[in-house]
Every structure is written in C-alpha cells, then in structure tokens.
Ligand binder design. Structure first.
Ligand code: PLP
Length: 386
C-alpha cells in the first residue's frame, strides 16, 4: 500500500482530531497553475467556501488569486487575509442586506446577481450609499453535469442563477436601475467535475448566451465560468495535482472571447483539497458479528462529506504496516450516517493507531459543526512542524 509521508511521530503529541495541511502541496498546486502561463486575460479566483484557514488564505493571496465569496463572513475573511477588494466577487442566491452593504462599503469588484429581485435590492442599497455597484448576471446555463445531485448547480431544476425566461426581464429592468452597472455574465455548473465534456457544453451555452445579449446590443467585458474542477479522491498519492492543463485548455479551445474580454475562473476544491488531511486516533476496534469496526475520535462533525454526499475519502493507517484487513470506519457521533467508509481495506488496526483521512482540504474544516457539544477542529500546518 503506497502511503504519503507524514510527520507521524510529531502527530503523537498533538491532540486529535485535527486538520493537517501540507503547505508544500498547496504551493505546488498553485505553481502548477502559474507555470501554465495562462493568457493575460484569464483571471483565477479562489472560492473561499472550500477552506478559509488563514494559513492557506495567506499563501493563496500571495499567489495573486482573486477571492470568490458567497457570504458577508467570507468577504470579511478575504479582506482580513489581504485580498484586494478589487479582486473580490460576491455570489450567492440569498444575499442579506447587511452582506450587500458590507460589499458596497468595501467597493468589491463585482456582485454575481441571481434574480431580478436581487437587482432591485442592490440598486436600492447602492443608491442609499451613493455608490454604483458593478454586477454580473448569474445565468443558469441549464447544463446537466455528471456530478452528485447535491453539488450540481447549473441545471434548470437547481435554485441557482437566472433562468432563460427571466433573463429578458432582467435585461429590461437594467436601464431603470441607475446605481447598477452590468459588467459581466456569470456561470457555475457544479462541483467535483472531472468530465471535461461538461465544461465543453458550458462553453457552447456561454457562446449562445453571449449572442443573445449581443442581439440586444449588450456587450459585457467579463465572463465568469465559475469553478468546479474535480480532484482525485481515489488516488491522492498518485494524482496530487488536478488536471489544470486540460481544464484551461477546454476553455481556450471552445470559448471564443470578444476583443478585450476577460475570462474569470472560481476554483475552490481543486486548489485546496489535496493539501489537507483529517488526522484522527483510533478509539476502539470493535468486532461485530459480520464485520469489524474501527471507531475514530473524528466524526461527521469534523468531516461531513461522507455523511452528506456519500463522498469517498481515502483512509490510511499511518502507524501500522501489518497485513491488511477489511473494516468499517466510523465516527463517535450519535448518528447512523456517521460513517467514513464501509468495507475498507486497511493495515491491521489497534486502539491508539493514527489515521489520515485524505483529500480533506476542501469542504472539510469549513463545514465542521459542534453537534454533540464537540469542539471545532484545530489545524496544524507542515510549516509549523518543520
Ligand atoms: C462553490 C462555488 C465555486 C467553487 O466550486 P469548487 O467546486 O470548489 O471549485 C465557484 N463559484 C461559485 C459561485 C460557487 O458557489
């Protein structure tokens, strides 16, 4: 069994469970994007909702990515981390007034607007502040994706974006809204997308939507294609870096831009997933009638993805190299769905062993909860352990 190298001896002295971030993996991931030498009119943003750990944000900001936020709290986190407001975009289907006001006060680059009602509210709040809000219309592209239904966002049945019928109303409304400036079109089809056909389809739709706008003599400078590029949960040791090259090439090959247009990307998972692991200790190995259970001190409160999306995470026993056995790996939380993996092959395990749950850097720590009066997980970085 090939395992990643961890400072396991140092883990022994740290109270589990905790998130461990290998910052060298993060730096390498960001560098892989840099060496692609993307066209100058390509701008990559980081979607903060994947992970807002300040140690990670500092490195991502230094790599000069912009910030994609979906709440007032995330705007604040981006500002605190030093992302310039001129690189912050704000999406979300339900923006509260205080969140819109916060974004206006910081004079962020762009609101990604999801309904005509929201257009009117932003205009009203911007008028009160005597400001002009730059906006992009988030168009529901009605592109089906092959990803899990809970993380698909771009089909007509999803709650996100403005659908085709409403788009005309939004266009009619815009000239009456004096404190709003339309600068772009925004799309986002979902997450953990590994089939580039989905992005190819998106490109085709964007082209159609652009033509729809051109016919009405509306020309926007910015096209934002959202995020969603997937990572390899099955084999993080073999494929630690996402398929950035093929991803960006898909847009270069299939999305014709108008002169002077700028293309924006909002990547979350693909930037941070592989640098993070949830480190946990084995509390008990319990022999059931038909199977053996490994009971960890981490559960769905630290990493909810398996319980929420039936997500697969690779699990490694860092302190055993004995022959392998089959286990169900579960957490201590009082919910039957608190299961990390069923029938999973692991090196023979005993109480006190240390486990790494891999590819947990995205939608792990940010989704943690205090259910069962548990403490939110702490984090440790590789730099701190050097
Ligand atoms: C969640 C989200 C992203 C990032 O998605 P990933 O799958 O993590 O890359 C980008 N844009 C918007 C609007 C989002 O909601």
């Amino acid at each position: 069994m090939i395992k990643a190298k961890y400072p396991t001896d140092k883990f022994q002295n740290i109270r589990t469970p905790f998130y461990y971030y290998d910052l060298d993996v993060l730096r390498k991931t960001l560098n892989e994007i840099k060496v692609l030498k993307l066209p100058e009119n390509y701008v990559v943003h980081y979607a903060l909702k994947a992970n807002v750990n300040p140690a990670l944000l500092a490195i991502i900001k230094d790599a000069e990515l912009g910030a994609d936020c979906v709440s007032g709290g995330e705007i604040q986190a981006a500002v605190n981390a030093g992302f310039p407001a001129s690189k912050i975009v704000f999406a979300g289907v339900g923006k509260a007034d205080w969140e819109i006001n916060l974004a206006l006060e910081h004079d962020i680059f762009c609101f990604n607007v999801e309904s005509t009602a929201e257009l009117e509210v932003i205009n009203e709040l911007a008028t009160a502040k005597n400001k002009k809000a730059r906006i992009a219309l988030r168009v529901n592209p009605d592109v089906a994706t092959s990803t899990h239904k809970y993380i698909s966002t771009g089909s007509a049945e999803d709650k996100f974006g403005i659908n085709r019928e409403e788009l005309g109303n939004a266009i009619d409304l815009l000239p009456t809204l004096k404190n709003i400036e339309l600068i772009g079109l925004h799309f986002h089809i979902g997450s953990q997308i590994t089939d580039m056909t989905d992005y190819h389809n998106l490109c085709v739709r964007i082209h159609e939507v652009q033509n729809f706008f051109s016919k009405r003599d509306i020309h926007v400078k910015h096209i934002n294609v959202g995020g969603g590029l997937g990572v390899n949960y099955g084999h993080p040791n073999h494929f630690p870096i996402p398929e950035f090259e093929t991803y960006f090439k898909t847009f270069r090959d299939h999305l014709p831009l108008r002169p002077e247009q700028i293309l924006h990307f909002e990547l979350g998972r693909s930037i941070v997933a592989q640098c993070g692991s949830l480190i946990s200790r084995v509390l008990y190995v319990k022999e059931g009638t038909s199977k053996n259970f490994v009971i960890l001190d981490a559960g769905m409160t630290e990493l909810i993805r398996p319980a929420l999306y039936d997500a697969y995470h690779r699990i490694e026993n860092l302190t055993s190299d004995k022959e392998t056995e089959i286990y169900d790996v579960v957490g201590p939380i009082c919910e039957s769905s608190d299961v990390f993996a069923k029938n999973f092959e692991l090196n023979k395990t005993k109480r006190g062993d240390i486990f790494a749950i891999r590819t947990a850097g995205a939608y792990g720590e940010t989704m943690a909860s205090q259910y069962n009066c548990r403490q939110l997980p702490k984090s440790v970085t590789s730099d701190e352990l050097k």
